[in-house]
Design a protein around this ligand. Structure first.
Ligand SMILES: Nc1nc(=O)c2c([nH]1)NC[C@@H]1CN(c3ccc(C(=O)N[C@@H](CCC(=O)O)C(=O)O)cc3)C=[N+]21
Length: 312
């Protein structure tokens, strides 16, 4: 964690405003990945290393970048990683057939189908075809049902990464007013469920919300996950609030920008995640943790309690 107050030049006026601490997702994710790598080595000694297969359909440039990052991180953690590449013209049956053969492959502990799929493919049906015990993205209806009903299961990686970075910095959600901006199945809805399980009071805002700024101004924690560059302004953040920026928007200059105006929000927030270097790296770290968990379960090895990441 970097305290912004440390960056003052010598002799500067003492800071009277709330100074935000940057929640360093890159460093926190590295810590998680190190723990996963050590457990992965234990597992490899007693049986075999965790196996992750990523299914990439088409040639979306952003997806190529993300899949490359997942592959490198999983390889560095000692996993057996494979990427199955299918052309953008692949049929529904070809994609689902690929998933079914991975379901039956004993060396594959985790299956991740990179989203979004090319137009014309039914991604819900593809996701549903994943064996729930191998659903390291936590997106199948089986995983969603477990999350909503409070039973242990594989949690979606981005929301899990949000909780994990808070846990590792001593930020407790119990009793807090949490505002989630965005209602996607990948982030907004599952994060709201996790925050609820941590006893937060949760409001989910979306495109039809009448006064988003007012909701944000009253929030103790803001989670921005809509994909609108710099939507959350500094004046929307209550002094001392916690801000998690899940937005990954590519600007015209090619640079990444989040859903939060970081410069303005970081002056008032108590803790804030940057983009890049915030929730993105945590997402990948949680994918590794989920794959490790799935692999230990498949191999009948009890690592529970030692695997990083939130549980219900
Ligand atoms: N089935 C599926 N599961 C996913 O989890 C999934 C997906 N599909 N489709 C796309 C989104 C996006 N996503 C990211 C993961 C890491 C970074 C990440 O590490 N970003 C770096 C920067 C990377 C860069 O420079 O482009 C950072 O924020 O610091 C970003 C985005 C996972 N997703």
């Amino acid at each position: 964690m970097t305290d912004l107050a440390d960056k003052k030049s010598p002799g500067a006026e003492p800071q009277t405003m709330t100074t935000g601490a940057i929640l360093d997702g890159k460093a926190t994710a590295a810590e998680v990945r190190g723990e996963v790598a050590a457990l992965s080595a234990d597992l490899a000694r007693s049986g075999r290393a965790p196996g992750l297969t990523v299914v990439l359909v088409g040639d979306d440039p952003a997806s190529q970048v993300y899949v490359g990052a997942k592959d490198r991180a999983a390889t560095a953690a000692g996993f057996e990683v494979h990427t199955v590449r299918l052309p953008a013209t692949a049929s529904q049956e070809e994609v689902m057939g690929t998933v079914r053969s991975l379901n039956e492959d004993d060396r594959v502990d985790g299956i991740l189908v990179q989203l979004p799929l090319p137009k014309g493919l039914d991604s819900d049906a593809v996701i549903e075809s994943i064996d729930p015990t191998k659903d390291v993205d936590g997106l199948t209806s089986s995983s969603v049902a477990k999350l909503v009903s409070g039973r242990e299961g594989l949690l979606p990686c981005t929301p899990a990464g949000c909780i994990e970075i808070l846990d590792r910095h001593g930020v407790d959600l119990s009793g807090k007013d949490v505002v989630v901006i965005g209602r996607s199945m990948l982030v907004g809805k599952p994060f709201a469920q996790l925050a609820l399980a941590r006893n937060a009071t949760v409001t989910i805002c979306h495109s039809r919300t009448r006064d988003l700024a007012a909701h944000c101004r009253s929030a103790d924690v803001i989670v921005a996950a809509v994909g609108v560059p710099k939507l959350v302004q500094g004046g929307w953040v209550k002094p001392g609030a916690v801000v998690l920026d899940v937005g990954i928007n590519r600007g015209d200059d090619g640079k990444l920008v989040g859903d939060v105006d970081f410069a303005a929000a970081s002056a008032v927030a108590s803790h804030i995640t940057p983009v890049p270097g915030g929730i993105g790296p945590m997402t990948i770290a949680m994918l590794l943790a989920n794959t490790l968990r799935a692999s230990a379960a498949r191999q009948g090895v009890h690592l529970e309690g030692r695997i990083p990441g939130p549980t219900l």
